[in-house]
Design a binder for this molecule. Structure first.
Ligand SMILES: Cc1ncc(COP(=O)(O)O)c(C=O)c1O
Length: 371
């Protein structure tokens, strides 16, 4: 080293934030298989049905305005969402995917050294944002692949400032009832933000489930997020929304970049949310496909975790000589891309697709189990 070499001096070299370096780069679900021209991609819980024709039309029509910045106030989309869901338009904020809204919430309310309370199989991006913010992530174990409210409440401390559950959850596909969500909220301190991620809420039919907008109206420390990436089939446009207490909106508006949501995405999303007939059709089709898949796979000896979403989690028993990773390889040899989950050989997550895509999965897994 030369005497004036300053390469290790943090004052003169680029030094990343230490909490960011605790993270490994995010690995996306696979989207291709070598040698397969058109694989069946069932790895990211997208909608095979695509968006409503009305959303596509709005998207195309927007092309006449591409020289202009989009409406930074997100007025048209917020009004469309408020109208369809019966919400206060001033309490809606849109993001570059709901993921951005989780990030903004964490940035606005979580300090270095605060505790963020998450559930064992919670949506991974929340964990990533909390670690990057230099918070202490506290993970509560789950019971039967469900958020365990008792386990979460046992881990609340004076330092808990953020709590996040996805309801229904990814990758498990399970949900907890409205009364359980309320019990969780009731056990949290008033200075803890409860973010309820309702990305898959539109798929749920169970009577004891409720998306959490009512809770937002009742309390000033609850926020709920939704996405256009799932039932609305607009994952490629990156657009989501949150319903929030007025004070939260005023805080987060200070760090939201003025044009975080792009014009074509907002136009398409406004049309998509208003096409309630299309959404209902996708929901019904998904429910009947899911039932058919669950029945067929259970029959061939695979455990299917009961799902309330557009994907299902399979559990393989390593004792039986069958594994999630082997099943994934087998599916890929048939041109199907699933998503290994949980970092072990036990689980495999697969998105509900078109009938013929689901048939291909059932046929391949039947052959794998018989192998
Ligand atoms: C539970 C959950 N929340 C949020 C997201 C992110 O959605 P978006 O595409 O709106 O960022 C996903 C995406 O898979 C998800 O599964």
């Amino acid at each position: 080293m030369f005497p004036d070499d300053k390469s290790n001096d943090p004052m003169t070299t680029l030094t990343p934030v230490a909490s960011v370096m605790k993270l490994a780069p995010y690995v996306q679900g696979k989207s291709s298989i070598a040698g397969v021209r058109k694989p069946i991609k069932l790895s990211s819980n997208e909608s095979s049905y695509g968006p409503s024709p009305r959303a596509l039309k709005a998207y195309q029509e927007y092309s006449a305005h591409l020289n202009r910045y989009p409406d930074g106030s997100q007025q048209e989309l917020r009004e469309a969402i408020a109208g369809v869901h019966g919400l206060n338009v001033d309490q809606i904020i849109c993001g570059n995917g709901s993921d951005e809204l989780i990030l903004l919430s964490v940035r606005a309310y979580l300090r270095s050294g605060d505790e963020a309370l998450l559930s064992e199989n919670g949506f991974i991006m929340s964990n990533i944002h909390c670690i990057a913010q230099d918070a202490e992530v506290v993970i509560a174990p789950e019971k039967s692949y469900r958020v365990d409210v008792d386990a979460m409440l046992e881990r609340v401390s004076a330092k808990t400032r953020f709590c996040n559950i996805a309801n229904p959850n990814n990758p498990t596909g399970t949900y907890i009832s409205d009364s359980e969500v309320r019990r969780l909220h009731a056990g949290l301190p008033a200075n803890c933000l409860l973010l309820i991620d309702n990305a898959y809420a539109e798929y749920v039919d169970q009577q004891d489930f409720a998306s959490s907008e009512t809770l937002v109206d009742e309390f000033d420390n609850v926020v709920t997020t939704r996405t256009f990436s799932k039932i609305h089939g607009l994952a490629g446009l990156r657009i989501g929304w949150a319903y929030c207490p007025p004070e939260f909106i005023s805080v987060v508006q200070r760090i939201r970049t003025p044009f975080n949501t792009n014009g074509p995405a907002m136009s398409a999303a406004a049309a998509a949310v208003q096409d309630t007939e299309f959404t209902r059709g996708v929901k019904q089709q998904n429910a009947s496909s899911l039932l058919r898949i669950e029945t067929a796979l259970t029959r061939i000896g695979i455990e299917v975790i009961p799902s309330a979403t557009n994907f299902y989690l399979l559990r393989f028993d390593p004792e039986s000589g069958k594994s999630g990773s082997e099943a994934a390889d087998f599916l890929q040899s048939r041109g199907i891309i699933p998503r290994p989950a949980g970092g072990s050989d036990v689980f495999l997550r697969i998105t509900v697709g078109f009938d013929q895509e689901n048939d291909a999965v059932i046929e391949a897994l039947t052959d794998y189990m018989a192998d």
